[in-house]
Ligand binder design. Structure first.
Ligand code: FPP
Ligand code: MG
Length: 246
């Protein structure tokens, strides 16, 4: 959770976001310098805390995950304002910047509670699939959500030149003139105009269908674990990714 918080504090600096979880972001309250340092402090604290568990394997795995999170953000930065961004690169970004931490958290929870290797790997795959689904719905909410309900700044992906799945799907199914209209809306950061097209041409629905199929994939990983309250809760958590409004 501390690593996750650190990444969000830094992410809000990168995205120039002013609202997070219904309140003002650290950068909005105290400026970018303070937010960068607080993010650093959180990440440093997370590793300090982990180093006291007495299992260096945890630090190694988490270090690998934080490398991956940064790679995801760097690839995303490199593709800002890239109109050719396709689903393959989008998936790579999302897997690295979001799903890797959720997958590793599920994996480490299983490992630390003594689960067998099959269960450990199933839970890691569960976390990765849920993580990609979560980021897809996050990107949908950034386009169609209402800031007061979502509890964080919306329209930031467009502001920062980040193409996300609904727009990528819409561009892929467009002819040259529709493509021009879409890209003009993207370049002028016209959120209302873009949203209207993405809803009308079914791209928002198609992105949500993609998320729904990932949630089904995730839940299929739970079948071999045997019945338990924890398994039911994980399935409920996966379904919650599709219903979420914030
Ligand atoms: C949210 O994306 C951002 C992430 C899931 C990862 C952010 C990672 C970094 C900034 C790298 C820093 C790494 C460390 C180790 C401190 P988003 O902007 O799509 O989501 P949002 O809508 O919640 O802002
Ligand atoms: Mg952000």
């Amino acid at each position: 959770e501390m690593i996750h918080m650190a990444t969000l504090v830094h992410d809000d600096v990168l995205d120039d976001a002013s609202i997070r979880r219904g309140g003002q972001t650290i950068n909005a309250l105290h400026g970018n310098e303070m937010a960068v340092m607080l993010g650093d402090y959180l990440i440093s604290n997370a590793f300090h805390l982990c180093s006291q568990i007495g299992d260096p394997g945890i630090n190694t795995r988490l270090g690998c995950v934080t490398n991956t999170l940064c790679e995801g953000e760097l690839i995303q930065l490199k593709h800002r304002n890239n109109h050719e961004l396709d689903e393959v690169v989008y998936n790579t970004i999302v897997k690295k910047k979001t799903a890797s931490l959720i997958g590793a958290s599920c994996r480490m929870g299983a490992e630390l509670s003594g689960a067998d290797q099959d269960a450990v790997l199933s839970l890691e795959r569960f976390g990765v699939s849920v993580g990609v689904a979560f980021q897809i719905t996050d990107d949908v909410l950034d386009l169609v959500g209402v800031q007061e309900v979502v509890g964080k700044s919306v329209g930031k992906d467009l502001d920062k030149g980040k193409l996300t799945l609904p727009t990528i799907i819409s561009l892929a199914q467009s002819d040259a003139s529709q493509r021009r209209v879409l890209l003009d809306l993207v370049d002028s950061c016209d959120l209302a105009g873009l949203k209207a097209i993405l809803v009308k041409d079914g791209s928002i629905n198609k992105a949500m269908e993609r998320a729904a199929s990932l949630v089904e994939e995730a839940k299929s990983e739970l079948v071999g674990l045997g019945p338990s309250l924890s398994r039911d809760l994980l399935a409920t958590l996966a379904d919650g990714v599709l219903d979420r409004q914030f």
